[in-house]
Design a protein around this ligand. Structure first.
Ligand code: C5P
Ligand code: MG
Length: 224
């Protein structure tokens, strides 16, 4: 395979500014990044936000798994091995998948509000996305201790069918989270763009924290 940066499938038109400015009008997009360790409850809470706030949910992990399984994908085997090892897939692929999903969703139903879940997990993804696609409004961060996350993931692994919900992959994913993904959260935090939510309690109680975070950021519920 040629180096990713030379791959024709990833050659988006050169831009000297992001595709969108932040917002919900024409040529705009409103992006909230959703981060937290593996098993912190990102996906569960995103479903609540979609229901009540009219956001679209784009999970970077789900998009990568779909690309991995897509017939004829030239990236399938590469993605598979990165996921199994709990490593971060080269950002060119993930940023392009997200951009395609956003433009597709805007064309399809006009919605311009996006929860980008499980992204950015590495500094280069954060920089590339904000330079090329749009500057995020803020990052919603789910805070939970590793032992609690491990318990949730092992429970999920009983039914999820995921290749990485097992002890060995979970340990690797935690290491990647601490070493590679937390610096991204700290970087956004320095920029005053992180809202932390305590993720220890029940999904209903955690959602109360999420609603408070959205209120703080001035994002209103649907139909208000
Ligand atoms: O978020 P989720 O747990 O579904 O991600 C599963 C895997 O997908 C990660 O462990 C990683 O291998 C890959 N991934 C990535 N970059 C992201 C999100 C996920 O490489 N931004
Ligand atoms: Mg998820």
């Amino acid at each position: 395979m040629p180096p990713l940066k030379d791959n024709p499938a990833l050659q988006a038109p050169k831009r000297n500014q992001p595709l969108f400015t932040p917002g919900t009008a024409a040529n705009q997009a409103l992006v909230v990044f959703v981060l937290g360790g593996p098993g912190a409850g990102k996906g569960t809470q995103c479903a609540n936000i979609v229901r009540d706030y009219g956001f679209q949910h784009l999970s970077a992990g789900d998009l990568l798994r779909a690309e991995q399984d897509r017939e004829g994908s030239e990236f399938g085997d590469m993605i598979k091995s990165y996921i199994k090892e709990g490593q971060i897939v080269p950002m060119e692929v993930t940023v392009q998948l997200l951009e395609n999903a956003m433009t597709g969703a805007i064309e399809k139903d006009g919605s311009r509000k996006f929860l980008v879940d499980g992204f950015p997990r590495k500094m280069d993804q954060a920089v590339a996305f904000e330079e090329k696609v749009v500057k995020s409004r803020f990052t919603l961060f789910f805070d939970l201790a590793e032992e609690d996350m491990r318990k949730r993931l092992l429970k999920r692994g009983e039914t999820s069918g995921r290749s990485d919900d097992n002890e060995e992959s979970i340990t690797k994913r935690f290491r990647t989270f601490v070493e590679t993904s937390m610096p991204v959260v700290e970087w956004f935090e320095k920029d005053g763009r992180v809202v932390k939510v305590d993720a220890r309690k029940s999904p209903e109680e955690v959602y109360e924290g999420v609603k408070a975070a959205f209120e703080k950021e001035g994002i209103e519920m649907k139909g208000k």
